[in-house]
Design a protein. Structure first.
Length: 419
């Protein structure tokens, strides 16, 4: 059944059918090919996957992000980041990186980050004299920092398929996220220095900068509160997500005073649409995962690798290569949901901690978001910058090299994620 399912899924991808529908169609075709299993199994698996209390964390975290970034706060965060980073060479480019770190602590979605930041920062960077392909490449790669900074939607999905604590994953993502941001800032500085881009001067005074920082502090505080709440067991991930929405509503109503009924409705619709897209993929992945389990694919794959490759270093390298290949055509959520059940048993056989594996998967498959031929943030950023896709891809290489360096560091240095 698995081979038929893979074949049908590849055909649906070639026909440009959305991934969620493609997964359900492929699972249904596989069930029909068996002959003895009822097709209702697909509907059952699709439905059962939605009956999960931890799954409620997804829409609430998304709603919290849209509430926090839909008003004055988003502009203030961008203004604060731009004035802080303009003191260094390549500061306009580095503003995207720093903004991704800050926005990542609120939204947790790389695609949302690429759209929101790119539409504001790329035109500004082009006016500063930076070429459009470089601006697009910087935005496409920096947006992926979001998947490492808590709250991270991909980490929640990995926790669902692996049984790992969401709190452990969130804490483990902090250091790699900071390291990736520092590496990308270094790339921005190096490219600007190499090409002789001028240093932009910030005209804002220190008192005004402090005022911006004070106004932005409540939003920056949100990811810290999420980590503390989860780490010390004050609340479950779902409860923390609900509290994040309440926190966002209180800030918008009482602190920033910019929440109108129309904006609240727009934010609800935006969060609902984003949740629906992710949920459809989760539901389709559940049916595919059941078929993989029925055919004992994870166990067979782990046994085959253990019998043919004895060196854990080579096994980890092989896992990374496979994830890079899968991440090119597939988006991050379905890749995690499909590969997680296969790689977790294999990781256990070689003594690889599932938390470390989770960070490997998130970073690796996040790289796929800006890797041709189907890179979501790559296409979004190139479209906003009005830059040819080929030119943007050529500007990606320094950022890609830095991300790969971090990936292999996380893969082979457990202390980066298990501190």
């Amino acid at each position: 059944m698995t081979l038929i399912m893979i074949g049908v899924f590849l055909v649906t991808m070639l026909l440009a059918i959305p991934v969620g529908y493609g997964l359900i169609i492929a699972a249904g075709a596989a069930i029909l090919s068996h002959g003895y299993l009822p097709l209702s199994l697909v509907a059952q698996q699709v439905y059962d996957q939605t009956q999960s209390f931890p799954m409620l964390a997804l829409p609430f975290f998304m709603l919290a992000g849209t509430l926090m970034l839909g008003g004055k706060l988003g502009n203030q965060l961008l203004e604060l980041a731009s004035h802080v980073m303009q003191r260094w060479r390549g500061g306009a480019l580095s503003t995207t990186v720093v903004s991704s770190v800050v926005f990542g602590g609120v939204s947790g979605s790389a695609v949302a980050n690429a759209s929101a930041l790119g539409s504001v920062l790329i035109p500004w960077q082009k006016r500063q004299g930076y070429p459009a392909p470089l601006c697009a490449a910087n935005n496409a790669t920096s947006a992926v920092i979001d998947v490492l900074i808590p709250p991270s939607i991909p980490m929640i999905l990995y926790a669902l398929v692996s049984g790992v604590s969401v709190a452990d994953l969130f804490v483990a993502g902090i250091l790699p996220g900071i390291l990736m941001a520092a590496g990308f800032i270094g790339v921005c500085w190096y490219v600007s220095w190499r090409r002789g881009y001028a240093v932009e001067k910030s005209s804002i005074r220190k008192r005004e900068l402090a005022r911006l920082g004070l106004k932005s502090f409540p939003a920056i505080l949100l990811p810290i509160l999420i980590i503390l709440g989860l780490r010390f067991g004050f609340a479950t991930p779902t409860e923390v997500a609900v509290l994040s929405v309440v926190y966002s509503l209180v800030l918008s109503l009482l602190f920033y005073r910019d929440l109108t009924l129309k904006r609240f409705c727009d934010n609800m619709v935006e969060a609902g649409v984003a949740t629906g897209v992710v949920m459809l993929v989760i539901m389709g992945s559940a049916a595919v995962g059941w078929i993989l389990t029925f055919d004992q694919v994870p166990q067979t794959f782990a046994a085959w690798v253990s019998a043919n490759v004895s060196n854990p270093i080579l096994i980890i390298l092989m896992m990374n290569v496979l994830m890079l290949i899968v991440g090119m055509p597939l988006d991050l959520p379905p890749s995690i949901l499909l590969l997680g059940p296969i790689f977790v048993p294999l990781a256990m056989t070689i003594g690889l901690d599932p938390v470390q594996l989770g960070l490997m998967m998130v970073i690796n498959l996040g790289i796929g978001l800006y890797t041709p031929p189907i890179g979501t943030t790559l296409f979004i950023s190139s479209s906003i910058a009005k830059a040819p896709l080929g030119a943007t891809t050529r500007e990606l290489w320094p950022f890609f090299a830095m991300a790969m360096l971090l990936l292999f560091a996380v893969s082979y240095i457990p202390a980066l994620t298990l501190y």
